[in-house]
Design a protein. Structure first.
Length: 531
C-alpha cells in the first residue's frame, strides 16, 4: 500500500515551540533586524497559484496537501492527514482540521472544486496539465478545442468535508508529489464568487497571509499567527515578506548593494560575479542540486521543425562546454541527458546528439535539406537573466558550424508565455524547465501528449506516452530507473528538444538573509533571517 501519514503529536509540539520562539523575536520590536525580509520580484499577472504556477508569493500563501519538509528534506503530509493507495491508481485522502486566512474551513471541496476549475480548458489556467492524469480530464479538455462536455472530472470526488477520492487513468506513484505543487492549492468560496478579484486579493491557507499589492511597486505578506503546520519544517522566520517589484534586475541589484532589499533569486552569471566582487563570496549562495535545464525546443506543430535530422543537426552543432565556460562563466554544466544527475536513472552521455560533432551535424543537415529545409531558423527568447548572451552565442555557433541563417526574435516574458501556452511560436524556442518535486517525470512529462510542459513544443508520440505511463506505475527503484531509460531513449530518437545545459541556481542575498532550499527548490518564504 502506498501511504503517507501525518506527523504525530511530538512533531506538533516542536512546531508550537518554534512558533513561540518566532513570536518572541518579533515581540522585541526589532522589525528591521528580524521582522521584514525584502525580496526581488517582477510584476505578476495574477496571484492565483493556478495561473502563475511558479509564483513565490503563492508558495508562501498556500499550504498544500503534501510539501517537502525543510527539516527532513522529504515529502510529508501537510494539510493531508493521510494519503493512501493500494494500486497507485485509486487514492483516498483525509484532511486535518485547517482554515483559510479568513477563518473559513478548508474542506475536501476546497480542493476538488479548485482542481476542476484549473482543469477546465476554457479558464486557460497554466496549471491545467497538472490534472491530465485524472480520470475525466479529457471531458474538460476536448481534443482540437471546442466546448467541453463537462465542468467536473469524473475521477475526483469530495466524499465528505474531510475525504477526497481520486481515480487516475493509470497507476501513478508520483501523485503525492504532484499534490505538493501550486496548481493543486485549495481555493475558498471567495474565488468562486469573483475569480478576477480573488487574483488581486488572494485568501490562502499557508504560513504567510496576503496584506496588499501595490502594482509595479510591492506585495506585502505577513506571517500567519494561526498557521497549523510545523513552523520549523514548513514556514519561514520573517514576520513580514515584502516582494519589491522591479522591471529591471539591474535596479534590484543596485538596491541589494545599497541594502534596500535582501534577496534576488536566479540572477544571471555576470550578476553573480559582480555580487561576489561587490559584496563578498557569501552574497552569492549556490543551491547544490541541479534542478533546472535550459534547452532549444522545436515546435512539433510547425512543419519545418518536425524533421529529426534538422533537430539533430542543430543540437550537434552547439558547443555546450564553451557555453558553460565562457558565456555562463562556469555557472552551468553541459547537458548530456534529458534528466539531471540528481536521479539514479541519469546516464552520462545518454544524449549522443548533445555532443559537438560538426561533421556529423553537416551530414544531418544535408539530409534535412533533402527533405526541404530552406536554410534558415528563427529563435524566440526573452533577453532577461543573460539569455540574450547565450542565444547570440548559439546563433554564432550554428552559423559558423552549419552555414545556416539564424534570425533572433527577442520578446517580453508575457509574450513568450502567451505564445507557449497557446502554441503560437513561429520558430525554435529557447527556454528552461525545472523541478517542482524530485521525480524524473518532472522532466520527461514534457514529451508526453498533453503533459506538464508539453506546451513548449506540442510533441506527441504514442510510444513515449505508453512508456512513460509504465514508468510512473513502477515503484521498485531499479526497475523504475530502467523504465525511464526506455522513455529517454524513445524521446531522443525524435529530439523534440535540444538539451543545452544544467544551470546552477543562485540566490544573491544581504547579510540578513539565508536561502533555504528543501531539496534544491529555493522558496523565498522559507529563508532564514540572520541577526
Amino acid at each position: 500500500m502506498r501511504s503517507f501519514r501525518g506527523l504525530g503529536a511530538g512533531a506538533l509540539t516542536l512546531g508550537v515551540l518554534a512558533s513561540l520562539a518566532a513570536c518572541g523575536s518579533g515581540a522585541n520590536g526589532d522589525a528591521d533586524a528580524a521582522g521584514n525580509l525584502r525580496v526581488f520580484l517582477t510584476e505578476p499577472t495574477s496571484l492565483l497559484p493556478q495561473v502563475d504556477t511558479g509564483s513565490q508569493v503563492s508558495m508562501a500563501t498556500c499550504a498544500n496537501l503534501m510539501e517537502e519538509s525543510a527539516e527532513s528534506k522529504k515529502l510529508e503530509p501537510l494539510v493531508a492527514d493521510s494519503i493512501e493507495s493500494k494500486d497507485n491508481q485509486h487514492w483516498r485522502i483525509t484532511l486535518k482540521d485547517w482554515t483559510f486566512h479568513d477563518g473559513t474551513q478548508v474542506t475536501a471541496s476546497s480542493y476538488v472544486d479548485a482542481w476542476n476549475a484549473t482543469a477546465y480548458a476554457p479558464n486557460g489556467y497554466a496549471g491545467n496539465g497538472t490534472f491530465n492524469i485524472f480520470e475525466g480530464f479529457e471531458a474538460l479538455n476536448p481534443a482540437g478545442g471546442g466546448t467541453p462536455k463537462s465542468k467536473t472530472m469524473s475521477g475526483v470526488e469530495a466524499v465528505d468535508d474531510k475525504t477526497i477520492e481520486i481515480t487516475l487513468t493509470s497507476p501513478n506513484a508520483d501523485l503525492p508529489y504532484r499534490l505538493s505543487t501550486n496548481p493543486t492549492c485549495p481555493l475558498p468560496q471567495a474565488y468562486f464568487d469573483d475569480p478576477d478579484a480573488y487574483g488581486e486579493n488572494p485568501i490562502g491557507n499557508g504560513p504567510y497571509e496576503f496584506q496588499s499589492w501595490e502594482h509595479d511597486r510591492q506585495i506585502v505578506l505577513k506571517k500567519w499567527k494561526d498557521f497549523p503546520g510545523d513552523e520549523a519544517a514548513f514556514s519561514g522566520e520573517a514576520d513580514t515578506l515584502t516582494f519589491k517589484i522591479y522591471t529591471d534586475v539591474e535596479a534590484a541589484y543596485s538596491d541589494l548593494v545599497a541594502d534596500n532589499i535582501d534577496m534576488i533569486l536566479n540572477p544571471s552569471p555576470p550578476l553573480v560575479d559582480r555580487a561576489r566582487n561587490d559584496l563578498g563570496d557569501e552574497a552569492a549562495e549556490r543551491i547544490p542540486e541541479l534542478r533546472a535545464q535550459q534547452f532549444l525546443a522545436f515546435p512539433h506543430y510547425l512543419e519545418k521543425y518536425r524533421d529529426p535530422a534538422l533537430r539533430r543537426a542543430i543540437s550537434m552543432a552547439i558547443d555546450r562546454p564553451a557555453l558553460a565556460k565562457s558565456v555562463l562563466k562556469n555557472q552551468a554544466e553541459p547537458s548530456d541527458s534529458l534528466v539531471t544527475p540528481l536521479f539514479d536513472s541519469y546516464r552520462k552521455g545518454a544524449c549522443e546528439a548533445c555532443a559537438l560533432d560538426v561533421p556529423g551535424a553537416k551530414k544531418e543537415l544535408a539530409e534535412a535539406r533533402g527533405n526541404g529545409f530552406d536554410g534558415s531558423v528563427r529563435i524566440t527568447f526573452t533577453p532577461a537573466n543573460g539569455n540574450e548572451l547565450v542565444v547570440k552565442a548559439i546563433a554564432a555557433q550554428l552559423q559558423k558550424n552549419l552555414g545556416i541563417t539564424v534570425k533572433l526574435n527577442p520578446v517580453l516574458p508575457a509574450t513568450l508565455t502567451e505564445q507557449r501556452t497557446n502554441k503560437r511560436f513561429t520558430g525554435i524556442y529557447f527556454g528552461g524547465w525545472g523541478l517542482s518535486y524530485p521525480s524524473e517525470d518532472q522532466f520527461l512529462s514534457q514529451y508526453v501528449t498533453g503533459g506538464d510542459g508539453n506546451d513548449a513544443n506540442g510533441y506527441s508520440n504514442p510510444k513515449v506516452d505508453k512508456l512513460e505511463s509504465q514508468a510512473l506505475a513502477t515503484t521498485e527503484e531499479a526497475e523504475r530507473a530502467k523504465a525511464y531509460h526506455q522513455v529517454e531513449d524513445a524521446v531522443l530518437e525524435d529530439m523534440p528538444i535540444a538539451p543545452l545545459y544544467l544551470k546552477y541556481l543562485y540566490s544573491l542575498q544581504s547579510e540578513k538573509a539565508d536561502a533555504v532550499a528543501p531539496t534544491g527548490d529555493l522558496q523565498m518564504y522559507r529563508s532564514k533571517v540572520k541577526g
